[in-house]
Design a protein around this ligand. Structure first.
Ligand code: AMP
Ligand code: MG
Length: 390
């Protein structure tokens, strides 16, 4: 009989499954390791179900905040408070739901936010707003028979996200709102949740509340009647699926199979500060891409790529920027399980086992197996030419 968890406000949990080996982590929680686990033979079914539920609920919370933000005449769009409330609320909700749904597992979460500012006097009003939002969202789901969470419960749930990740054991990786700039503009953003097991991404969920269910590829037209709100999910060895956030039946998706760069459109960040548009333009030109870039925020780019809306994603941050694992882990498995390949600019695979940062050479490129060799060549040539300020 062992009591575990980061979340200490809920009833005590008992581990019932056989423990192969165990040890106590620095924070006093029990870490369970199963020897010689083979990723492809592990089902991760209940973890995936919990992740889908957590990300869908977090999306509901974020949608509510974004709607209020966009309808408000009073709230300036440059005011950061809505995104702050939604960011913390999403992280608290995901942390709480994962712990609740997976009570027999050790719980480690690598996430962007911590509760420092919310514990200050100046953060009290924001904390009350977050606590209400989290409780309202849980109540709207109906499947949680939990007492109302207190502000202290919410702070503790947020602080579960302080894990450093790494190459041992299991770690959840969360970006509670990826693409906050898009969120504030009323554009694309995503709730991105993945699970690392022994340093490998084994499942991922991307909730993209504003992404149309229909293609957003370069040549498609959208009307205001297009249905929006997609949930992508992937599990190692099992492919990638997409459903509407309203809960339609999932369909299996696949990346574009085009071998012809002239038919390929490419995605990049909307924000020029996040990725060098001049460099990606040079790469696309060398490769023979004709279509203009499709610029959208967040890991919605990985989701769109996984269903073949475009064929390439180019990301070249400005010098000195270090990529965080929560900005790519969920998108990475969504696109690779759909048949895509992701690498850094030198062609190295992405390594999520090094802690909170991705350790990589210059940038991130994603495409299908057939286009990758010529894309890498175009990247190398463009970098050698020094077309930008790298
Ligand atoms: P995107 O929406 O694809 O432009 O990416 C959004 C993510 O970019 C955010 O979640 C940030 O973590 C990350 N980000 C923030 N600043 C930078 C930067 N200077 N360069 C690259 N990425 C950044
Ligand atoms: Mg992010």
């Amino acid at each position: 009989m062992v009591t575990i968890n980061c979340w200490r406000g809920v009833p005590k949990i008992t581990i019932t499954k056989p423990i192969v080996s165990s040890l106590f982590s620095k924070r006093g929680s029990l870490v369970v390791t199963v020897a010689a686990a083979s990723f492809s033979s592990m089902s991760y079914d209940k973890e995936l179900a919990a992740a889908r539920k957590a990300a869908s609920l977090a999306a509901r919370l974020c949608q509510k905040v974004q709607k209020a933000l966009l309808q408000s005449d009073v709230q300036s769009k440059s005011d950061k408070s809505p995104v702050t409330v939604a960011d913390y609320g999403s992280q608290a909700l995901v942390s709480f739901v994962l712990e609740r749904e997976l009570p027999s597992e050790s719980f480690s979460l690598v996430a962007e936010e911590d509760s420092g500012d919310l514990r200050k006097e100046s953060g009290q009003e924001t904390l009350q707003r977050i606590t209400k939002l989290v409780n309202d969202t849980l109540a709207s789901d109906g499947s949680f028979s939990v007492p109302t969470l207190t502000a202290e419960d919410v702070l503790r749930a947020i602080d579960c996200g302080k894990s450093e990740g790494g190459s041992h054991g299991r770690h959840w990786v969360l970006d509670p709102i990826d693409g906050t700039k898009g969120f504030l503009r009323g554009d694309q953003y995503a709730i991105a949740l993945a699970l690392l097991d022994e340093g490998k991404v084994v499942l991922g969920v991307l909730a993209c509340p504003n992404l149309p269910l229909a293609s957003i590829g370069g040549d498609s037209r959208h009307s205001s009647h297009d249905e929006v709100g997609c949930l992508f999910f992937a599990k190692v060895g099992a492919g990638t699926y997409m459903q509407s956030l309203d809960g339609s039946s999932p369909i299996k998706v696949h990346v574009s199979t085009t071998e012809n760069p002239e038919e390929a459109s490419f995605f990049e960040s909307f924000e020029a500060a996040h990725s060098m548009h001049d460099l990606s333009s040079s790469i696309a030109k060398k490769l023979g891409v004709k279509a203009p870039p499709v610029r959208i925020d967040s890991q919605a780019k990985y989701g769109a790529l996984s269903r073949g809306d475009g064929a390439i994603y180019l990301r070249f941050p400005h010098k000195g920027y270090r990529e965080k694992i929560w900005d790519h882990a969920a998108g990475y498995i969504v696109v690779t399980e759909a048949g895509g390949v992701a690498a850094d600019a030198a062609g190295n695979p992405l390594d999520f086992s090094k802690g909170r940062y991705l350790d990589l050479d210059t940038g991130i490129i994603v495409t299908n197996q057939k286009l990758m060799p010529s894309l890498l060549k175009a990247v190398r040539e463009s970098l050698d030419e020094g077309t930008s300020s790298l």
